[in-house]
Design a protein around this ligand. Structure first.
Ligand code: YXS
Length: 259
């Protein structure tokens, strides 16, 4: 069974995350189907992509597939982790990718949505960034994606509380572009992609790449990077990291010791 559905409407490509039973958890298999769809769209004259879940879902994506996270002792979010590969594929796709959000967006699913160029959500949509709930040390690139989208105090609140924020708050903060009722959201997003498709794809592609390069242009010294990696290693080597994984697998609340 395909984990994603793909569709071409004129010059718009639509990718629908379709593993509802697992709440569209971002497994390696699901991610490879999304990246394959994006690569397929590159070969066609696609001028805008919509990334969505089926209409009416309660969960857009439950984030990284926790069953695929390594036990303690290995970086869970290394450069070649599938989630990191997907984030880069979206950011480097040479046309705008619009996230059409219905339902809850969790963990790495928020970073996937926020790696998109624009977000349109239903009023019921929520956004929760949850590494702290699982004892996971988010990675620098991921934190930068969030920092480019969310005002610092709110980014800290979302990361430290792991609680969802509602679509209205995300709209007020400029994290999402529009809120649209579920009955109108697809037509609204397709009207947006039609406007984009009428403009110069070459001009849009170069401006998207300029914005990506400038927003990720942060001078980090080797010493600073190594210091952060060392701090992250203490976390993914910790009892707490293992406890977060074990608790999710056992469907119980984690008890973090701080060790
Ligand atoms: O028990 P079965 O086999 O039916 O499977 C259940 C869940 O185990 C599964 N599932 C997941 N499997 C792997 N990874 C996940 N992230 C994940 N989420 C869910 O899907 C089946 C249905 O789940 P269930 O019964 O809990 O559904 P629900 O409708 O009652 O609740 C939906 C959620 C999303 C509220 C709930 O599933 C949930 O809280 N999921 C975990 C959300 C989360 O914390 N995601 C962060 C993952 S780690 C990550 O993204 C990054 C590494 S980080 O944390 O750093 O941001």
């Amino acid at each position: 069974m395909s984990l994603v559905l793909t569709e071409k409407r004129d010059t718009t490509g639509i990718i629908t995350l379709n593993n509802i039973a697992k709440r569209n958890a971002l497994s390696e298999a699901l991610i490879s189907e999304i990246t394959a769809a994006l690569n397929g769209f590159r070969a066609l004259n696609i001028r805008a992509v919509v990334l969505r879940a089926p209409p009416g879902v309660k969960v857009w994506s439950a984030g990284h597939d926790i069953s695929e996270l390594p036990d303690r002792g290995r970086d869970p979010l290394g450069f070649n982790d599938p989630l990191r590969i997907l984030i880069r594929a979206i950011q480097e796709f040479p046309a705008p990718v619009i996230a059409l959000i219905e339902g809850g967006v969790w963990g790495g699913g928020c970073e996937v949505a926020m790696a998109c160029d624009m977000l349109v959500a239903t009023p019921e949509a929520t956004f929760a960034i949850t590494p702290a709930k699982l004892g996971i040390p988010y990675n620098l690139g991921g934190v930068l994606t969030l920092l480019n989208m969310i005002p610092l105090p709110v980014a800290k609140e979302m990361l430290f509380t792991a609680q969802p924020i509602p679509a209205e708050q995300a709209l007020n903060l400029g994290i999402i572009n529009y809120i649209q009722p579920a009955a109108q959201i697809e037509a609204f997003v397709l009207a947006m992609t039609a406007r984009i498709s009428a403009n110069s794809p070459l001009s849009i592609a170069v401006m998207k790449e300029e914005l990506r390069l400038l927003s990720s242009a942060h001078a980090i010294s080797p010493e600073l990077f190594e210091r952060m990696q060392g701090a992250r290693r203490i976390v993914y080597d910790s009892d707490d990291y293992q406890e977060g994984l074990d608790a999710f697998r056992a469907k119980r609340q984690p008890q973090f010791s701080g060790k």
